[in-house]
Design a protein around this ligand. Structure first.
Ligand SMILES: Cc1ncc(COP(=O)(O)O)c(C=O)c1O
Ligand SMILES: [Zn+2]
Length: 387
């Protein structure tokens, strides 16, 4: 059963009924992301979670899918929150935790968002989905479309490591390599989708991927005994995970599951592509397209994100920060996590530890604090690009 009530624009507040296929807010002056709103008047007790399925679907009422038979699942979510004791010793922090999303189906946290988007697409009668991707989201869409018997059209930059394309093709997707960045891939989807009959599942241009990603916030709370950490360090490209977790915290407070305390949300970007960092430093509401975007952490190579203002809001409201790290620091972070913890983290995951070193040095976090680092994917798919 779902408590999903309706959709609402995250910027202008326009209300939309559910049961209709929508992308962005249709107000021509707005065109910003829509959020699912839930009627929680019937409530859910934390205790009722005991014994439920060990996947993100344990928070079933707070997911938008109407009918259980439309859920397309490969077992995503409920990933481990591991105490990184030896990693912490390297920098004198006893309470570092790693949320290890590399264990999700297709090897990244993109599985959560795409499981939700494909389930909702099925609910709403879609048969063809199209996606611009830095790599991981394309693999996840292809896998869930295979499971759902739907067609996937994937657009990725030509210089994405081969494995990402090969995986999609094995899942039966139609892959197009694009000379350009994820934003160029997004433009192609935008231009062709009406003629081709594709539903555009670009992150945050589609209302439900964020509903999958938000379950990371629910899980961190549940796995920490309903006491959120002091700091969350999250590698930010499109920012959907950060936005989703921030939404989850608000929902959980309304449900009476947590109090009003929030972690400081730290957005980590690569110095070769840091539009959010720049906007945060300038105190801007929106970001500017970042010129000549380049980094080996391909998930962070997003020169302009449609949900940038929501990421910036979460950072500001939580008294957090945005920080950039170099590709050299990222690789060092991957190596540190691998040697200390036995986790072969994606470069995006490595970036979080690199950022934490810098934050500690600058006195922005205290060694005594409890910090959750997000390893958002597996390094197996990136070996071609690792030195
Ligand atoms: C491994 C990995 N980490 C992080 C990101 C960025 O995620 P988000 O769009 O939620 O900021 C991506 C996006 O492609 C990714 O593949
Ligand atoms: Zn709007």
């Amino acid at each position: 059963m779902t408590y999903f009530s309706h959709l609402e624009c995250s910027h202008c507040g326009t209300r939309y009924e559910k049961g209709v296929l929508l992308n962005l807010c249709t107000n021509p002056k707005c065109r910003l992301p829509l959020f699912a709103v839930y009627d929680i008047s019937r409530g859910i007790s934390r205790d009722s979670l005991v014994g439920r399925i060990q996947s993100m679907w344990r928070y079933r009422e707070m997911t938008p899918v109407e009918d259980d038979e439309n859920i397309v699942s490969l077992g995503e979510g409920m990933t481990p929150l591991l105490h990184a004791k030896r990693l912490g010793e390297l920098i004198g922090c006893p309470s570092i935790l790693i949320k290890d999303e590399s264990l999700c189906p297709t090897g990244s946290f993109k599985a959560r968002g795409l499981a939700m988007a494909v389930s909702m697409a099925r609910q709403l009668g879609v048969s063809k989905c199209a996606i611009p991707t830095a790599g991981n989201a394309g693999g996840a869409l292809s896998a869930y479309c295979a499971k759902a018997g739907m067609e996937a059209y994937v657009f990725m930059p030509r210089d994405t490591p081969d494995i990402f394309r090969i995986e999609c093709e094995y899942y039966g997707a139609h892959v197009t390599l694009v000379d350009g960045l994820i934003t160029d891939c997004g433009k192609i989807v935008q231009e062709r989708k009406d003629d081709e009959g594709w539903f555009d599942v670009s992150t945050l241009k589609e209302p439900y991927r964020v509903e999958g990603k938000k379950t990371m916030g629910y899980e961190i709370a549940e796995q920490s005994g309903w006491r959120l950490p002091d700091v969350i360090v999250y590698p930010t490209g499109g920012g959907t995970g950060m936005i989703g977790m921030w939404k989850a915290f608000e929902e959980m407070e309304r449900l009476g599951w947590i109090d009003s305390r929030r972690p400081r949300m730290i957005a980590v970007q690569a110095s070769g592509c840091a539009p959010i960092v720049k906007a945060w430093q300038n105190g801007d509401e929106f970001s500017e397209p970042f010129p000549n975007a380049q980094t080996l952490a391909s998930g962070l190579r997003v020169p302009r994100a449609v949900g940038d203002f929501l990421v910036l809001q979460a950072i500001r409201e939580s008294d957090g920060r945005a920080i950039a790290v170099s590709d050299e620091e990222i690789v060092e972070g991957v190596r540190d996590i691998a040697r200390a913890e036995g986790i072969f983290a994606a470069p995006e995951g490595g970036a979080t530890f690199a950022a934490l070193r810098n934050l500690l040095e600058a006195g922005n976090v205290s060694p005594k604090e409890t910090m959750v680092l997000f390893n958002t994917g597996t390094a197996y798919k990136y070996v071609q690009n690792l030195p």
